[in-house]
Design a protein around this ligand. Structure first.
Ligand SMILES: [Zn+2]
Ligand SMILES: [Zn+2]
Length: 186
């Protein structure tokens, strides 16, 4: 079926004819429109009102009638390629719908991916802060540990010294005691 619509009957054109301006109408509709006009040698396109000449054949000798070119021309619309075009348009429309659907899916996936990237970054920041905090705590404990070890070592050496002192005092006391016993026995 032809997709060209006649502006007179508002249906798909039947026996299409073309005015000099290029507008296409049904042959019957255009003839009727010219027949009801004022009978002058001019007519107007029913679509755009562009004037065109009607050649009144009665003013031309009969033997030249076949050389008179009519202002309107018959048009041959290629219905088959028109149908092809409709099929192509329908195919393109269905592909467009599919592509739009794919676009929506991709956008949804992109949004989800962006959200997971954001949440990953957020978690990473928190993890970095925790690592920083732990490093700080480790440093504090390492210092405490070092000072405790220092104190312990100092106390150990003090204890060793005290033991030595005690031992030498005990020795002196023993000597003193022995001297006293000797003197008493005299
Ligand atoms: Zn028509
Ligand atoms: Zn026109």
């Amino acid at each position: 079926m032809s997709s060209v619509i006649c502006s007179i009957c508002l249906e798909r054109v039947k026996s299409p004819v073309c005015c000099p301006c290029g507008h296409i109408h049904c042959e019957g509709c255009l003839n009727e429109a010219i027949d009801v006009s004022d009978g002058s040698s001019k007519a107007n396109c029913p679509t755009c009102r562009a004037p065109f000449y009607i050649t009144p054949t009665e003013k031309v000798p009969t033997k030249y009638h076949r050389y008179v070119y009519p202002s309107t021309r018959r048009i041959y619309l290629d219905e088959h390629s028109d149908g092809d075009l409709h099929a192509k348009v329908a195919d393109l429309e269905s592909r467009l719908v599919k592509v739009m659907g794919e676009k929506t899916t991709l956008l949804t996936r992109l949004e989800a991916a962006q959200k997971s990237v954001e949440s990953f970054r957020y978690n990473q920041e928190i993890a970095n802060l925790e690592i920083k905090d732990l490093r700080h705590k480790r440093l504090v404990w390492e210092r405490k540990c070092a000072s405790a070890e220092d104190k312990y070592n100092k106390n150990v050496s003090l204890l060793e010294k005290a033991k030595e002192d005690l031992a030498s005092e005990r020795k002196a006391h023993e000597q003193c005691k022995a001297e006293c016993m000797k003197l008493r026995q005299m």
